[in-house]
Design a binder for this molecule. Structure first.
Ligand code: AP5
Length: 235
């Protein structure tokens, strides 16, 4: 990784289907940091049939948010104890409320390791239905595919492990509408929160995945051929 990106500390914000889970693993691989996806962590609890998982499944299927306290503790625990996070981190799906953002700031300021990037994946709601209803996921890794936009090599099978792909129980049109409502209401203010800082940038997430990746690189490594326009947020 280029030296400018060492100690990656980044959050990706965007509505359901914006491409957070598509782009974050690429950042993890390139910058050798951890990728913490709070939705994946909750789904792991559901799969393990824990009490938290039981409560979380109900909330997720209603398109609502799990409590700030639970989510903040989950992230704090990973950032402090997950060895992969020593090289930096990318957060996907957190913070989702202003109190979560404030807690994250406090945590990182205390460690003198402030965030470097808060990147918003912007996309009109109309484009998200097709993305979400066609999504296929590999639960163990969090890798996602799309029936049309990004099909696996073999139908319903993960390219790397050969294991089966599934559809998430919240990936239907009715729940998506609720998730979008929650996003605009509760996570909209989070983007406002970061806009006031010097670390916020936006990316046009309606473009194809390769183009979105290029825009992200342009922000992380502006000197390495990334577009100046992307860096100053005009693209
Ligand atoms: P979470 O798992 O975080 O879901 P989400 O935010 O709704 O995000 P998604 O995973 O749906 O979308 P994505 O942006 O990752 O899209 P992807 O890259 O897969 O959270 C689930 C639930 O957990 C929440 O509703 C809440 O209840 C709870 N929760 C989680 N975090 C919480 C927190 N911090 N506080 C409280 N509660 C919390 O892409 C989607 C599809 O489109 C894929 O099929 C992909 O292949 C395709 N695609 C991606 N990019 C493109 C492109 N550029 N062009 C065409 N297709 C594309």
């Amino acid at each position: 990784a280029a030296s400018g990106a060492q100690g990656m500390r980044m959050i990706l914000i965007g509505p359901p289907g914006a491409g957070k889970g598509t782009q974050a693993p690429k950042i993890k691989e390139k910058y050798r940091c951890c990728h913490l996806a709070t939705g994946d962590m909750l789904r792991a609890q559901v799969a393990a049939k824990t009490e938290l998982g039981r409560q979380a499944k109900k909330i997720m299927d209603e398109g609502k948010l799990v409590s700030d306290e639970i989510m903040v503790n989950m992230i704090q625990n990973e950032l402090n104890n997950n060895q992969e996070c020593k090289g930096g981190f990318i957060l996907d799906g957190f913070p989702r409320t202003v109190p979560q953002a404030e807690k994250l700031d406090q945590m990182l300021t205390a460690q003198q390791k402030p965030l470097k990037h808060a990147i918003e994946l912007q996309i009109p709601d109309e484009l998200l239905v097709a993305r979400i209803t066609g999504r296929l996921v590999h639960p163990a890794s969090g890798r996602s595919y799309h029936k049309i936009f990004n099909p696996p090599k073999q139908s319903m099978t993960d390219d790397l492990t050969g294991e089966p792909l599934i559809q998430r129980s919240d990936d239907n049109e009715v729940t998506l509408k609720k998730r979008l409502g929650t996003y605009h209401e509760q996570t909209g203010p989070v983007t406002e929160y970061y806009r006031k800082t010097g670390i916020w940038t936006k990316v046009d997430a309606a473009k194809e995945p390769g183009q979105v990746w290029k825009s992200l690189l342009g922000i992380i490594e502006p000197s390495a051929g990334g577009s100046l326009l992307a860096k100053i947020g005009l693209k």
